[in-house]
Design a protein around this ligand. Structure first.
Ligand SMILES: Cc1cc2nc3c(=O)[nH]c(=O)nc-3n(C[C@H](O)[C@H](O)[C@H](O)COP(=O)(O)OP(=O)(O)OC[C@H]3O[C@@H](n4cnc5c(N)ncnc54)[C@H](O)[C@@H]3O)c2cc1C
Length: 621
């Protein structure tokens, strides 16, 4: 597993913070200011020694010398960061991107690459007209009141900017396409629709030359030109005609690309590679293995950063128009996971998701929100006990399956959206041990549908006790440490619902979202099939996640707010570094990447206007 290349002296000390104020004695003396530099995990003494190493002269407080001078400094090379970088350069701003790990792309690269873009221009062609009012009504119904991260102003800013961002990136060559079958996750709520999800057409990654090798694509989903709607149809390619046709189309697309000498990749690889191709064309430098380690604050405004080079030395970059923090969340920071979530975390997010940047901003007075939440989802824990997990989607929603807690009782609609299933698991665990829960499937499920984690090594899962198998429910219950009569009663009740077609306990299969991951051949309810044919397989599931959704509180222009709700001049945040505009839920497919791209765009646009107002040579404040 790759490790985060944090600068020397910072590793292993997470959780300790220091903010040191220096009296700045400028050589010219004319712009002496109060300056604070904040480093994570570093006691003041270490900070001072890092500082003197950087300056080459042990002169306390001298901060008027910069190693580099740009207009916009972007931290992070995922969707939010690259969107901000592209927009900043478009506005004529000199831009630099820092990436802490030795690979660009972040969790975005590993993702499905979907964006939930209400009112996007492709909807008209689909015959699904949308409007700002409908989208906002839907967000109101789905999200409810989730506090200032999802304020009416931020929601409106998000929705109203969608068409602009769509056209802007399209103008730079991004080829959007609709994930036309993927519904909103609460399609029966007011304003709910199918057609708001979009993605990027499979992208020829050869365009990036050798730079592509520095991406995270080889850690991501299958490296083929897969598209969003393929994922569920292909997972039942051999059980339904529509699945078969979709599978055949995918084969032709793959071969077609191959014959034309292209290396077409879909999903998150397509999205991040197409954004990176623009960044490269614009000539923006992206420094890998170069984490942000400090924010420079002068008279209350962020005016630049300190970053660490691969050799551990530090350098300072002035950012006249602003610093955009787009460094993901804290999914892999176990200490914070325990503190905010009460669990160590079982994340599918990329390694760099450590929260260091959130902590840096907090140390200069930024306000945090939604820290106790994440983009949850049922996941199969890794047999390596490394805190990683394999996200399961269709597996728990297809018929002939159910989820039970440690006592053998169902407690949720297994086909509900991943965030809801994650919340349900955490909630259940407060009264009955439900971490792990067990996903139990019968023979028809195993024969007809893909079960991703099993493809990645059923034997290893069995050896680690994560997977159990038995010919009868009673025997399975004994293996799982459950009362056989109780598990049998749960399954008998479920089977009655399956035959009738109505889940009277949790409403599974009621909405178009549930049915998206159903099997239309199974009637009367495509998500319900009785568990009656052994052998039965049980797989542990835990509340995994796609990343965290709590972070810096920002306004409609992605400006970071302090604890008095005032913007911190010069500081912006987008993506999982910021508290999500989607609140505690997941309204539709692509609910994390869409706001990441939109608020990255808005941040850079705002920084541009700030720069213009200040004049080309004015120090930022
Ligand atoms: C399997 C999977 C599928 C998913 N599918 C979808 C989907 O289809 N649609 C959707 O909306 N969401 C999806 N998600 C979630 C989504 O990928 C993330 O929420 C989103 O990509 C986060 O984007 P970001 O720009 O905030 O962060 P990232 O893409 O993670 O980028 C942040 C970057 O910042 C870097 N960084 C961290 N600290 C520092 C530092 N100190 N200095 C410099 N750089 C730093 C990180 O290394 C990283 O490269 C999925 C996630 C997974 C794991």
């Amino acid at each position: 597993m790759r490790r985060e290349p944090f600068g020397r002296g910072l590793r292993g000390q997470r959780g300790r913070w220091s903010a040191v104020a220096f009296r700045f004695a400028a050589s010219g003396g004319a712009w002496a200011r109060r300056t604070a530099i904040c480093f994570p995990d570093s006691p003041a003494r270490a900070l001072y020694s890092d500082w003197t190493t950087w300056s080459g002269r042990p002169r306390e407080g001298a901060v008027n010398e910069w190693d580099r001078d740009v207009d916009v400094l972007v931290v992070g090379s995922g969707a939010a960061g690259l969107s901000a970088a592209i927009t900043a350069v478009d506005a004529g701003l000199r831009t630099l991107v820092l990436e802490s790990t030795d690979r660009w792309g972040g969790t975005t690269n590993l993702s499905g690459g979907g964006l939930w873009m209400p009112t996007n221009p492709l909807m008209e062609a689909l015959g699904v007209p949308d409007s700002v009012d409908e989208a906002l009504a839907y967000m109101r119904a789905a999200i409810g009141d989730a506090g200032p991260a999802s304020s009416p102003e931020r929601r409106r800013a998000f929705v109203e900017t969608v068409p602009e961002v769509f056209r802007f990136l399209e103008g730079y060559g991004v080829r959007w396409t609709a994930a036309k079958d993927y519904p909103d996750y609460y399609p029966d709520l007011p304003g709910g629709k199918t057609g708001r999800g979009i993605e990027v057409e499979p992208f020829d990654t050869k365009v990036l030359g050798d730079w592509f090798k520095k991406s995270r694509s080889d850690e991501s989903l299958p490296l083929i030109p897969l598209k969003t709607d393929d994922v569920w149809l292909v997972s039942r390619a051999w059980s339904t005609p529509s699945g078969f046709v979709r599978g055949a189309r995918l084969v032709f697309r793959t071969l077609g690309g191959f014959l034309r000498g292209k290396r077409l990749y879909g999903l998150g690889s397509a999205l991040i590679s197409s954004l990176m191709a623009i960044v490269r064309r614009q000539g923006t430098e992206v420094l890998l293995s170069t984490p942000l380690t400090g924010l420079v604050v002068e008279e209350g405004a962020v005016t630049g950063v300190v970053a660490s080079r691969p050799d551990g030395s530090t350098f300072r970059v002035r950012a006249a128009a602003g610093v955009v923090l787009a460094a993901g969340g804290f999914a892999n920071n176990r200490q914070w996971r325990e503190k905010y979530h009460g669990i160590p975390g079982y994340s599918s997010a990329a390694d760099g998701d450590l929260g260091s940047v959130i902590a840096l901003a907090e140390a200069i007075g930024a306000q945090l929100a939604l820290m106790d939440d994440a983009w949850w989802g049922a996941s199969v824990p890794s047999p390596d006990a490394d805190g990683k997990a394999m996200f399961v989607l269709g597996e728990r929603s297809f018929p002939f399956s159910l989820v039970v807690d440690s006592q053998g009782d169902r407690y949720t609609n297994e086909s509900a959206s991943y965030v809801d299933v994650g919340h349900a698991m955490l909630e259940r665990n407060k009264t009955v041990p439900a971490i792990p829960s067990w996903l139990i499937v019968e023979t028809r499920h195993r024969r007809r549908y893909l079960f991703n984690p099993l493809l990645q090594g059923g034997k290893r899962l069995r050896d680690a006790g994560i997977l159990r198998k038995a010919d009868t429910i009673e025997e399975l219950a004994r293996q799982l440490g459950m009362e056989p009569a109780r598990l049998s009663a749960t399954i008998d009740r479920f089977n009655t619902f399956a035959r009738e077609g109505t889940d009277h306990d949790f409403g599974r299969g009621r909405t178009a979202y549930d049915r998206y991951y159903g099997d239309p051949r199974v009637r009367p309810n495509p998500n319900l099939g009785p568990l009656e044919k052994g052998p039965f397989t049980a797989v542990q599931i835990v509340p995994g996640d796609l990343g965290t959704k709590g972070g810096l509180l920002t306004d409609a222009d992605a400006r970071v707010l302090d604890t008095s709700d005032r913007p911190i001049p010069g500081l912006y945040a987008a993506g999982n570094t910021s508290a999500s505009v989607m609140g505690r839920t997941y309204p539709g497919p692509g609910s994390t990447i869409a706001p990441a791209v939109v608020f990255g765009y808005r941040a850079a646009r705002h920084a541009g206007s700030r720069d213009a107002a200040a004049g080309p040579n004015a120090p930022a404040n």
